[in-house]
Design a binder for this molecule. Structure first.
Ligand code: ATP
Length: 342
């Protein structure tokens, strides 16, 4: 049977542990995939290479799909974020992060079902920083008409395909009148000209955060520039059980990388404590993406089987420690595999 090659990047910290579980589950669910493993981040450095080896980039460009564990980003100094470099070099301009309440996972809310669409290549993530004079430093926030329009188009098209009804743009255009003003203006323009059937709501981000915490079920699709998308993703993860349960995709016109919202969590790495669910959910997103892109219904079948199995495992009380249970990383993977056949 033909398989689709997928690049696997195990990553750093808890990355290798959660990736191993995801691969075991994908195999047990007979996903029609084959793996091409490449390194990035500290793992690649330790191998004596570049943090982002050319071979890794070329493999993703060639296969056009990757499943990636988190890569550690040094704080305050050291190399630039691998995650950000990958998104920019491959032009993966749309980050998509579905945030949903899950069966059996206790959290403050029971009916959250929202999708974050984050612009992934501009804003304060331009990486343009300099010291103006000693004691004065500057970071540049960049917004382009092309970039703002592109993500607005992507979000409205996505919302239409998913039968979503409303997009909420969160911004700070009252203060950053040019950059956030452009982001807002392009969303309004795309809405008015092409997608009047979807509701567009605009909200200043600080008020939006308060409303998210007060009543998250009022939101449907959120459209945010890069930094706000980063921060609000973790806020929203907190609404449904934490970073262990929120998957993500970085999508461009020529490929996609699927990865969890969480980072490499070095505090719990190598101890069988990490929740592999966020990466497993990202793998399900990848299968659904491939079912469409490669027109292969086998991908959708495997995705449905895995999703049903992890929902059943959660509902049966199979929980990792971050969710209040006592299962280790591998044992959670076993619990999902046991439930693949209904
Ligand atoms: P990085 O520097 O790679 O961003 P980080 O530790 O700063 O890593 P995260 O990994 O995103 O940031 O997570 C913050 C904390 O949340 C972690 O220290 C960890 O305790 C917890 N956490 C994150 N992901 C998971 C997970 N999959 N399972 C359990 N706990 C997690």
């Amino acid at each position: 049977m033909a398989t689709h090659p997928v690049v696997i990047i195990p990553g750093d910290g808890i990355g290798p542990e959660v990736t191993a579980v995801a691969l075991r589950v994908l195999e047990a669910a007979e996903a029609p995939l084959s793996w091409v493993t490449h390194k990035a981040g500290i793992a690649a450095l330790e191998d004596g290479g570049d943090v982002l080896p050319q071979a890794t980039l070329e493999a993703i460009e060639h296969e056009r799909v990757a499943l990636k564990g988190p890569c550690t980003t040094p704080v305050g100094k050291g190399f630039a974020s691998i995650n950000v470099q990958l998104r920019k070099r491959l032009n993966l301009y749309a980050a998509v992060r579905p945030v949903r309440s899950l069966p059996g996972v206790r959290s403050r809310y029971e009916d959250v079902d929202l999708i974050i669409v984050r612009e992934n290549t501009e804003g304060l993530y331009s990486g343009v920083e300099n010291e103006v004079v000693p004691g004065v430093v500057m970071s540049m926030k960049v917004a382009t008409e092309v970039g703002c329009r592109r993500i607005a188009h992507w979000a409205f098209r996505f919302a239409t395909q998913r039968r979503r009804r409303k997009i909420t743009v969160m911004h700070k255009a009252n203060i950053m009148k040019l950059t956030d003003g452009l982001f807002l203006q392009e969303a309004e323009r795309v809405h008015a000209h092409e997608y009047p059937n979807i509701d567009l709501e605009t909200m200043i981000i600080d008020a939006g955060c308060m409303k998210l915490v007060q009543n998250p079920s009022q939101f449907d699709v959120l459209l945010l520039e890069n930094l706000y998308g980063d921060v609000v993703s973790d806020l929203c993860a907190g609404l449904v059980g934490g970073l262990g349960v929120v998957p993500g995709a970085n999508i461009g016109d020529r490929g996609a990388i699927f990865e969890a919202v969480h980072g490499s969590a070095p505090d719990i790495a190598g101890r069988d404590l990490a929740n592999p669910l966020a990466l497993l959910m990202s793998a399900v997103m990848m299968l659904n993406y491939m079912a469409d892109e490669r027109e292969d219904p086998r991908c959708k079948q495997s995705a449905d089987r895995i999703k049903a199995a992890y929902n059943k495992a959660l509902a049966d009380g199979c929980l990792t420690r971050d969710l209040g249970g006592d299962l280790g990383t591998r044992a959670f993977g076993d619990a999902v595999i046991e439930r693949l056949n209904g």
